[in-house]
Design a protein around this ligand. Sequence first.
Ligand code: SAM
Ligand code: SF4
Length: 466
Amino acid sequence: MTALPSESPDWLDAAQLQATLDRHQQEDAGQIGEILAKARDCKGLDGNEIAALMTLQDPERIAALFETARTVKEAIYGKRMVFFAPLYISNLCGNECLYCAFRASNKSVIRHSLSQEQIAREIEILIDQGHKRVLMVAGESYRGGFDYVLESIATIYSVHRGNGSIRRVNANLAPLTLDQFRALHGAGIGTYQLFQETYHRETYTACHPRGPKADFNWRVTAFDRAMTAGIDDVGMGVLFGLADWRFETLALMSHIAHLEKEFGVGCHTISVPRLEPAIGSTMATHPPMPVSDADFKKLVAILRLAVPYTGLIMSTRESAAMRRETYALGVSQISAGSRTNPGGYADAEHFESSQFQLGDHRSLEEVVQDIAAMGYIPSFCTACYRVGRTGEDFMDLAKTGEIKAKCAPNAVGTFLEYLLDYAGPDTLAEGEQRIEAEIAMMAPDEQRAARRMADMVRAGKRDVFC
Ligand code: SAM
Ligand code: SF4
């Protein structure tokens, strides 16, 4: 099997990152003003600028940061909010991550590795709720070997119910070899997602004492292998609460810059999971370096300004209230109605095999209603991936602003599909009003495309996109 060496990466220079943080310990009002003015141009920020923003304590300047993030988010993403659901296929794991309920030695968790029939059942339920995108998740041990993962992807794509099917399967899986990444690419995944957990090497070693995940270098070089194998949409993340969030954020930026340099495109999405309580884990309940709610909101806003064209994902780890607050600060994708136990959609009673506790327990329809009432357009769009607008091609369209002319009409079309096929009467009525209000505010070209899309969906066509 081919595997690129898992050498220590030269782009991750902890001493240099720490020096940048040390240079920016005091809040400098003049400098902050200049950085926020630059951020409005949607060209991103460098490490020094990010470090300066991370010093913010003054309430007025924090309000200015949030306002700038709001402006940048609206300029690039408009009002659309993309939905997905996680699908846990197995909680078997050979690792010993001290914060995770799935770790090998944890006897308090009931282990399940779903059969293909069980996976199909879970997918039927998600389709019947209205989902079109799934994030497949597994522990690092596959019953039947890696083919189990490939078979599971094929199963997910094979299920069709009424008008519905899953149109994009993303995957959050432990680092793979080059050949395995090639096979994953061949299986038709959308984004390959992997959280580094922490870029702080000593903390990483302390949190991952055994199993393949103990090798920091193997994990931190995984995207190089994935991209070499042809996967050009990758999703990054840090598990916030393990080490200093400021250090992690700068390291994440170094990682993105490295991929941009080597492969012409950075990451497609960033996730910002915070440690949540997990059965049998003291570390999960008592994070070594917790990120406060105030810092968490700053983090989201700073990421929005630092990498304006990268999707920001907010999972149901966070409470409904916190999720609501972060939407305007830069979030572009959310999950809803999630379960973190394999088989959790078919069996809604038993949570003993869950990975961690969730903060938002609302159903997809409740979240859809809520965000539509907040003025967003829930989007179930999967167009880019289906027409090959991925990686650098996607970023090129995003950076010139052309992508918005596609995203907005596609959001309207897929929201209308959802409303007509899956929503109750109240959600349908409110959603129709929201769609009309949104179309009325669009530029003429977008408006024409959105009306065309909506007319086709009303006429019974499905899976229409531009
Ligand atoms: N097993 C693979 C791995 O670790 O890369 C992929 C799936 S793992 C189930 C997905 C992610 O869950 C991990 O990368 C980690 O960041 C997150 N996670 C684990 N324990 C958590 C906890 N207690 N609270 C929040 N997120 C957690
Ligand atoms: Fe296993 Fe992933 Fe949990 Fe670690 S985070 S114990 S690798 S499932």
